[in-house]
Design a protein around this ligand. Structure first.
Ligand code: FEO
Ligand code: CA
Ligand code: CA
Ligand code: CA
Length: 628
């Protein structure tokens, strides 16, 4: 068994809270129903979508194939298993930032032997880079970027097996959260502008305001915050989003792992709400040993203050981040925002855990450029997705009438509200991407080893279903939906599977993957995803990189580009061994693509004998042309 510091979030949940098995009957019956969705779904919009008038993506015709040839401006690269980054011929990459790089000139130089000092730990680029978005403010280029979690062996190299000290905990807290930084391109490529007035670290102790319907509710009140309106920190910042008005959205994912009970001797019993979100006696990083607010036997409401989407204004380093409770409390992956034809703001959000759900928020007010944005993320309706096997689907409003819960309970125990309306259990919804080029959105369903094996954390059975058709799904897929009349605020949609990842070399049946998977573009576990300005879908992976057995030929984690028209998918970049490729944004002129390399296992980016450091790389075309 892996040591506890190296467990993924779902391995951690499985260890602490094993899920009940579902019956063989569920498995067989549902499997028979769902095969239709898989077999007809890939690249073909089913009759359901056609009936909804989405009128999109109708063909794999010669014309579409021709268009695709012009869409990709690179030659696909092979899989790699080494310790560095590869990009296609005619492209180059350089490092923009690695964890520990200074944002301010009073940070001490990084020393790999000691990791980081307490004094410098909130003045440097944080650990485990994840979602990011670029902004232009007063003509300057800024990036806001998440630091999801920590790698204790690299961040506290002298700690060994010793218990976490109070100082260890503060260092780890300072290395997570969000960085806002100014960047500029010079002779050496893109660099951080050290000491820029925009540079900022937001971490696990940064004060933030709680807004929306749950603000001030009893469930959010604590000893330190009897009003229930101010909280310290944002936890486990995974994917990102950008509002139409130019603010950053950071998403709190596996927040449960930071809470525990310090005293193993005391009696403590969990609750349905804690169990559903995986909050238990043991925290991952010893926070509960040193800070009472993370001890759920002392502060049972503190976990209700995490699991939200948080809005940050990158243009104002003094602005307090705001937790937007109207968008629900789940293990938020990312927040993909768009504007409906009538001006309402739509935000799509996945809840990344096995058998959890896909959500949508629609504002009541409307957005106009330059107009007031107050309330657009506080006053609206939250929905959950139901996918039908006939390739239609609907957004079900999470209202008190539909769920039997009150309005605030729905926002704090959102998973239970979704279970109450019988939403479709999904194979770990990671990023949602919304196209600007066509009325279409996609969600990466990364994998689900428990599909057709066990129930989800709430006991909802997980038989195979339309968009999740494969039992013990170790490869993942991308589901795509087309809203009725091209309106993301409409309540009905048509859907298909853009790709089923798989392995045509060694896989059998459904495990070979869809027709657009071949020996040249194998991958598993799609995760980060974003459409570029031309409408290409960029897919990043966070999967098994052993390159053996079922994963033979896939190599390291990678980034691929997919053409929504033809279905063609090409591999563009591979990451170093052990890393996940996650986070993607572009410079203002689109000449540079910034890509995140999280938790490299090899000594990346500084080569042999150096410490592995999560990094952001800048990818450019040698001829200076646009890259997306
Ligand atoms: Fe942080 Fe679900 O990825
Ligand atoms: Ca992810
Ligand atoms: Ca993942
Ligand atoms: Ca990750």
């Amino acid at each position: 068994m892996k040591d506890l510091h190296h467990l993924s979030a779902d391995e951690w949940d499985e260890l602490h809270d094993p899920r009940p098995e579902i019956t063989e009957f569920d498995r067989v019956v549902a499997s028979a129903i769902s095969r239709r969705g898989f077999l007809s779904g890939v690249l073909a919009i089913g009759s359901g979508a056609a009936a909804l008038g989405t009128g999109l993506l109708s063909s794999t015709s010669a014309r579409a194939q021709e268009a695709a040839a012009g869409v990709f401006d690179f030659k696909a690269i092979p899989a790699f298993t080494d310790g560095t980054v590869h990009v296609p011929e005619g492209y180059e990459w350089k490092v923009l930032a690695r964890w520990g790089d200074p944002l301010f000139s009073d940070a001490e130089p990084f020393d790999p032997a000691t990791g980081i000092t307490l004094a410098s730990s909130d003045k440097v680029f944080g650990e485990n880079t994840d979602g990011m978005e670029a902004f232009v403010v007063d003509g300057r280029q800024l990036i806001a970027i998440n630091h999801e979690y920590v790698n204790v062996d690299e961040n506290l190299p002298q700690k060994g097996d010793a218990p976490f000290s109070a100082e260890d905990v503060t260092i780890l807290q300072n290395l997570q959260g969000v960085t806002v930084m100014e960047i500029a391109e010079g002779a050496e490529g893109w660099q951080i502008v050290v000491d820029s007035p925009y540079n900022r670290r937001i971490h696990h102790n940064t004060p933030m305001r709680i807004a929306g319907p749950a603000a001030g509710h009893d469930m959010l009140k604590t000893t330190d915050d009897p009003e229930g309106t101010t909280v310290l920190g944002t936890l486990n910042n995974c994917g990102s989003g950008k509002t139409p008005w130019g603010t950053y959205l950071t998403c709190e994912e596996n927040f449960n792992g930071y809470f525990g009970v310090a005293n193993p001797e005391i009696e403590w019993s969990s609750s349905e709400g804690f169990a559903r979100y995986g909050i238990g006696r043991e925290g991952r990083y010893g926070y509960e040993l040193h800070q009472a607010r993370f001890d759920v036997s002392k502060e049972p409401n503190e976990p209700h203050r995490f699991g939200y989407v948080v809005e940050i204004d990158p243009a104002n380093a003094d602005a307090m981040p705001v937790k937007r409770t109207a968008l629900g409390r789940i293990k938020h992956e990312n927040a993909a925002a768009t504007v409906a034809p009538d001006g309402r703001v739509v935000v799509y959000m996945g809840d990344d855990e096995r058998g959890e759900y896909l959500y949508r928020y629609v504002s009541n007010g409307t957005y106009t450029e330059g107009g007031r944005t107050e309330g657009l993320l506080d006053d609206g309706q939250l929905y959950v997705a139901k996918f039908n096997d006939d390739m239609t689907g609907e957004w079900v409003a999470l209202t008190p009438e539909a769920t039997g819960m009150d309005a605030v309970e729905i926002l704090v125990h959102t998973r239970m509200a979704a279970s109450a309306v019988g939403a479709t259990t999904m194979d770990r919804p990671e990023w949602v991407a919304v196209s600007d080029a066509a009325p279409m959105a996609c969600c990466a369903l990364t994998n689900n080893s428990n599909r057709a094996v066990k129930a989800n954390a709430g006991g909802d059975p997980m038989p195979v279903n339309g968009p999740n058709p494969r039992p013990e799904n170790n490869y993942g897929q991308v589901v795509r939906w087309m809203p009725e009349n091209g309106d993301h605020a409409a309540d009905r949609f048509g859907w298909d599977l853009y790709v089923m990842a798989g392995n045509p070399i060694v896989g059998q049946g459904d495990y070979k993957g869809s027709d657009n998977i071949n020996e040249g573009n194998l991958f598993n576990s799609p995760d980060g995803m974003m459409f570029d300005s031309r409408g290409l879908l960029w897919i990043q992976t966070d999967g098994e990189d052993s390159n053996e057995g079922p994963y033979l030929g896939m190599g390291n984690n990678q980034m691929l580009a997919g053409d929504p028209e033809s279905g063609e998918i090409r591999r563009f970049l591979t990451g170093p061994k052990g890393s996940e490729v996650t986070g993607l944004t572009w410079s203002a002129d689109r000449s540079t693509m910034f890509v995140g390399i999280q938790h490299p296992g090899a000594p990346f980016p500084d080569g042999p004998d150096s410490l592995p450091r999560s990094s952001v790389v800048a990818v450019k075309r040698l001829d200076g042309g646009a890259v997306g």
